[in-house]
Design a protein around this ligand. Sequence first.
Ligand code: ASP
Length: 406
Amino acid sequence: MTGKTGNLILIGMLIGTVLGVVGGIYAGDLFMNIKFIGTLFLNALKMIIVPLVVASMIVGVTSLGDVSKLGKTTGKTLLYYLITTSFSVLIGLILVNILQPGVGVDSIGEFIPDIVADSQGKSLLDVILGLIPPNIIDAAAKGKVLPLIVFSLLFGAVLTTIGEKGRPVIQFFESLNVAIMKLVNWIIYFAPLGVMALIGGIVAENRESLGELLSSLGLYSLTVILGLLIHAVIILPIMLKMFSGRKPMQYFLNMGQALTTAFTTASSSATLPITMECIEEKNNVDKRAASFVLPLGATINMDGTALYEAVAALFIAQIYGIDLSASDQIIIFLTATLASIGAAGIPHAGTVTMVFVLDAVGLPLEGIGLIWAIDWFLDRCRTTVNVWGDSVGAAIIAETKEFSNK
Ligand code: ASP
């Protein structure tokens, strides 16, 4: 896709988003009727996630050349994820302690949302157990990305150790990767319409809760959004500039299609194909680094989610008048980081894994019932930051010597 066409599509997507918001508020019925167009767009993105993740991870791993480099690259990638996620949780904790959005709010949560209740009893141990799927086809059929990543990492590593015999398989996945990326290119043409219908439908469905943004949940929403902004506009660009030497503004603008898609789909995984396209074609990040770092990032690197979980947990504590000690806040810091890693790249996943955080410091799960009304909106904001964090990570890892040496 040429730069000019890409820009036109991005403008189309931004106009689509605005039309969707306005239309969802003022012509809700119409937008409910065309919601299926958004679902088509979303399904098209989801349709290619499994082959994309498998092919790109295998290509990324095999292009590293040898298994020892794989260990180093994985280590550096995970370190980057941990550092940036910790930064974002810290920002969230500082802001929520200063702004105290829950103090003085007199309503308390009275219900536990269904998807949260369904996940009760699951622990972080289940997340670890889920890493190795007993049946890889079943994991793929259920769209579970993390086990697919683990399988592809191992499979790619093995391919690099069997010499000539591995060549045809590697070539197959290289071709598959190119074909899938071409398909992404086609799907992007449909994005302006898809984005408009998606956002229009969700705004129409949640029109009533828009008022919550201004009422008791207003200061809470503001705390989350302010934190996300500080992380996205200050911390991440500084890291990008420092470790990759790239111009943050240009890099950000080139990610426009992916960030708009993240906002409208509230899913890092569904956005992955477009993130990949923007990173490789527009920002010219080394394809080997991108295909390795991005699938991993879309599933485990969630700066926005981690920040949100920390703010939400403290907000709930403030509402219930529960005083959390410094050590409780350290526990929140740690569990919010882990819970964001454990959250899948799908809508509301962060709110579901927040159960770990609340459980860890003994806060009532009903608190989630209170913030649920506005989660559809904050989910979009944090997903956008999650994808931005992954994008910055790809540029930074591409500069490490494992990639720049070749
Ligand atoms: N929706 C987010 C994502 O896909 C996860 C979350 O719920 O925080 O990145």
